[in-house]
Design a protein around this ligand. Structure first.
Ligand SMILES: Cc1cc2nc3c(=O)[nH]c(=O)nc-3n(C[C@H](O)[C@H](O)[C@H](O)COP(=O)(O)OP(=O)(O)OC[C@H]3O[C@@H](n4cnc5c(N)ncnc54)[C@H](O)[C@@H]3O)c2cc1C
Length: 485
């Protein structure tokens, strides 16, 4: 089912925006709008936005949503467009609201170890700004040089240091959010502890632009950690690498990074970057410590012991911080290295950490049975793996086959007590599996939250939750909700 957007309603909305918000930049030209059709899920179909708006203040966002509600035009909130679930992809004829012009840091509050920021800032820029003050913002998606904080909040992004510091959600103290009708809501604040009522802050984090648009965030900072020490361990089998992860976990090791790359990924990265990785190995673990002083090398010693016990065949420690940065960059670029070889459908399954070896086996079994090329890497220390199905986009059979393999991998993850998405989100890509994973009662609660906050259903319709069985027809939904604008 597709969302119905009435061209006349869009034209009336654009006229109202030009009249009420003359300073807000609007893209109406089809060529310009085309750049906002897709996020990083190139394998998905997406609609061409009817217009693209670039607000510069909370007031602009509030007015845009008020007008969109009035004219019943669906709105797609968008950050930097690096998402991997289709959450920011276009909806045909809808208004895409891009938050990248709201990119100012409003305050670095040393006394309270927090930063107040607008959502459009790029993650790496925020990290650098607080690092200049001797502070540390932990959330660290591999895309940190190109993704926005708003997108990180929208997806509850994970990344390379969740083992130790958690996901984006764990760094959020408070938010300013604009609701679908233009109401500006503030949640949380600078308190480390705050249990006043339901945790609305955590409701919005990870809601993928379906409940409101985040216009400001108060984020937790930490004192700067030690410089990273990096260890690479190569294995003859994926199972052995998975076993090493399980051993480190049960040994109580909490490194800042515990990443896995399989043979295909090692080769793709090595072909591109020539780092001297062991291309004969079936798997590689990257273990990093940011413990202070001698703690870092002690932590890597323990990781080495666990890896040897699991059958590690060779190990390399980065000689210095620069070499460590270089190796980490190679891991961050794994997706780009694979994209040089075909269209990549990246999945994002997670399991309890001790079950990583079983998940790896299930991925291998399914891809081998269907003859689908797969490169797996991911945040093994979190139990979060990214099987990347590589295929020829012009071959419809190949595309259909990736769907079959995806379903088998999802089934395997759920059978292991896991999740179909650990950090990228349900978005548009995985909606069909949400009820299977969480069950109908949980979906019903999610839908009632959505209906309470967005009764007209204008915010990112059809993302996370399937469209209601009645097609988005805002007029009749409005009548059913008994509310008027
Ligand atoms: C090479 C590469 C590596 C990646 N590595 C990781 C990784 O390690 N970990 C990880 O978790 N992800 C990773 N990603 C995925 C992606 O970068 C993250 O999901 C990131 O959080 C998206 O940020 P963005 O600014 O690009 O958001 P977008 O893609 O623009 O939007 C993402 C979602 O957030 C919503 N949204 C955006 N801004 C707002 C706002 N202000 N208010 C409310 N909702 C909003 C959108 O509607 C959409 O649903 C990677 C992507 C790439 C291409």
């Amino acid at each position: 089912m597709t969302v119905r957007t009435d061209p006349a309603a869009l034209a009336a909305l654009l006229e109202a925006i030009r009249h009420t918000l003359p300073a807000v930049r609007i893209l109406a030209d089809a060529g310009d709008r085309e750049s906002y059709r897709l996020d990083e899920t190139a394998y998905l179909e997406a609609g061409l936005p009817g217009a693209v708006a670039f607000p510069m203040s909370t007031g602009d966002v509030s007015a845009l949503l008020m007008l969109a509600s009035k004219h019943r035009v669906p709105v797609v909130p968008r950050g930097a467009g690096t998402g991997l679930s289709g959450g920011a992809a276009g909806i045909e004829g809808a208004l895409t609201v891009v938050m990248t012009r709201m990119d100012r840091i409003l305050e670095i509050d040393r006394a309270n170890l927090c930063v107040v920021t607008q959502p459009g800032i790029i993650n790496a820029d925020l990290k650098a700004a607080v690092a200049a003050e001797g502070l540390f913002y932990a959330p660290d998606p591999a895309s940190y040089e190109s993704c926005s904080i708003g997108g990180n909040l929208g997806t509850n992004a994970g990344g390379l240091c969740c083992v130790k510091y958690g996901q984006t959600r764990d760094a959020v103290l408070g938010l300013e959010v604009v609701l679908a009708d233009g109401t500006v809501l503030r949640t949380g604040g600078r308190n480390v502890k705050d249990v006043a009522g339901y945790s609305l802050t955590h409701l919005f984090v990870g809601s993928q632009g379906t409940l409101g648009i985040i216009t400001e965030a108060t984020l937790r900072l930490r004192p700067a950690p030690g410089p990273r020490a990096t260890l690479l361990v190569f294995f003859d089998s994926l199972e052995a690498a998975g076993d090493a992860v399980a051993r480190m976990t049960s040994d109580g090791l909490v490194p800042v990074t515990l990443e896995l790359m399989d043979r295909e990924t090692i080769r793709a990265v090595e072909d591109w970057h020539h780092l001297g990785l062991d291309v004969g190995a079936a798997a590689m673990l990257m273990v990093e410590s940011d413990a202070l002083g001698a703690g870092a090398s002690a932590e890597l010693d323990r990781a080495e012991t666990a890896s040897l016990a699991a059958g590690g065949r060779s190990m390399v420690r980065a000689a210095d911080v620069q070499e460590a940065d270089w190796l980490r960059q190679a891991r961050r670029l794994a997706l780009r290295a694979l994209e040089r070889q075909g269209t990549v459908r990246m999945e994002d399954v997670g399991v309890p950490r001790a079950r990583v070896p079983e998940l790896l086996r299930a991925i291998e079994r399914s891809t081998a049975a269907h003859g689908v090329r797969c490169a797996t890497f991911g945040h093994a220390g979190d139990g979060n793996l990214h099987p990347n199905l590589i295929f020829d986009r012009d071959d419809p059979d190949a595309s259909a086959l990736t769907h079959v393999v995806r379903d088998e991998i999802f089934r395997a993850a759920l059978d292991l007590g896991g999740t179909v998405t650990a950090e990228h989100g349900i978005g548009a890509a995985r909606r069909d599996w949400l009820p299977i994973q969480v069950g109908d009662p949980a979906v019903a609660v999610m839908r009632s939250i959505k209906d309470a906050l967005d009764p007209l259903g204008i915010l990112n319709p059809g993302r996370v939750l399937q469209l209601p069985s009645v097609a988005i027809d805002p007029v009749s939904r409005l009548e059913r909700a008994g509310a008027g604008p």
